[in-house]
Design a protein around this ligand. Structure first.
Ligand SMILES: [Zn+2]
Length: 294
């Protein structure tokens, strides 16, 4: 009986040991699996952080740029820069990035453009500047040439065929700004590759435009004149070629609203109807929301 009891005890102990060993084995496997999951979670987490940090540094860079920019005086906003203002703010655009010599743009916008140009080049996209900084007198030549019929308007219309000055101005305003109200005065805005929306409707032009829509914002650029919709009901027609360096231009726009009045919009053909047409509210301030500093 005693022997049987002992044998029974031994058996029980053996079963217990087997159970404990089995539990230990399962336990260590679960641990390993958990560790593997944890490792992959950590990997995802750290790559998320790296991505976030890259984005943060881009944003910080833009914020820094904003804080470094001195408040522009009214002459800068109106394209009436002094020589020293031109010297300190504008950079000469290397002819390999432009379709002609002698163009200038804000040096910070130029730095950002060079980065964008290089990134585009790697994707097989060529970005060439066809217009950049224009001062008041340059814009005045464009405007007066259109007003007096020396230069034809888009759609092969001559402004001189329109006798009513309001209608004449509205026709020119489809694609050209009144002197003093052009974003090209600021040096922050450039026209890229073509001045014709049709060019961007197919083939190479379409690929270039699609690249800009997808990537330009990463370099600080936005398209101020998008297709008119609920967000932008008035103002210039869509311009797929016109891109603006937002870290500076969004601040300039705010200052324009504060500092410039209709008395400042003067000195060219038809200037007296600027306020009647509301060019400040309906044209200068009516841009794609993505170009505003929110
Ligand atoms: Zn433009």
């Amino acid at each position: 009986m005693g022997k049987y009891k002992n044998k029974n005890k031994k058996q029980k102990a053996l079963i217990m040991i087997v159970i404990i060993l089995a539990l230990l084995l399962v336990g260590s496997r679960t641990c390993r699996l958990n560790r593997r999951n944890l490792n992959s979670d950590l990997h995802n987490f750290s790559s998320e952080i790296t991505h976030q940090t890259n984005q943060d540094s881009l944003i910080t860079q833009n914020e820094e740029t904003m804080s470094e920019i001195p408040q522009p005086d009214k002459n800068i906003l109106l394209g009436k820069l002094s020589k020293s203002q031109k010297d300190s703010l504008l950079a000469s655009i290397d002819s390999k990035y432009a379709n002609r010599d002698g163009m200038y743009m804000h040096y910070k916008a130029y730095n950002a453009f060079l980065k964008m140009h290089n990134a585009a080049e790697k994707d097989g996209i060529e970005l060439i500047i066809v217009s950049a900084f224009r001062d008041f007198d340059h814009q005045k030549r464009i405007w007066n040439n259109k007003w007096t019929g020396r230069q034809v308007l888009s759609g092969n219309i001559f402004a001189t065929d329109i006798s009513d000055p309001v209608k004449r101005a509205l026709e020119i305003l489809k694609f050209s700004a009144m002197p003093g109200t052009s974003r090209h005065h600021w040096g922050t805005d450039i026209d890229i590759n073509s001045l014709n929306n049709n060019y961007f409707a197919s083939g190479r032009g379409m690929r270039e435009y699609e690249w800009l829509v997808e990537h330009a914002h990463k370099f600080g650029f936005c398209q101020p004149y998008t297709r008119k919709n609920e967000d932008r009901q008035s103002g210039y027609e869509e311009e797929k070629w016109h891109w603006s360096y937002k870290p500076i231009s969004s601040g300039y726009l705010k200052h324009f609203q504060k500092l410039v009045s209709y008395e400042d919009i003067a000195g060219f053909e038809g200037h007296e109807i600027a306020s009647q047409l509301g060019v400040i509210e309906k044209y200068v301030l009516t841009v794609n929301q993505q170009c505003l500093n929110q």
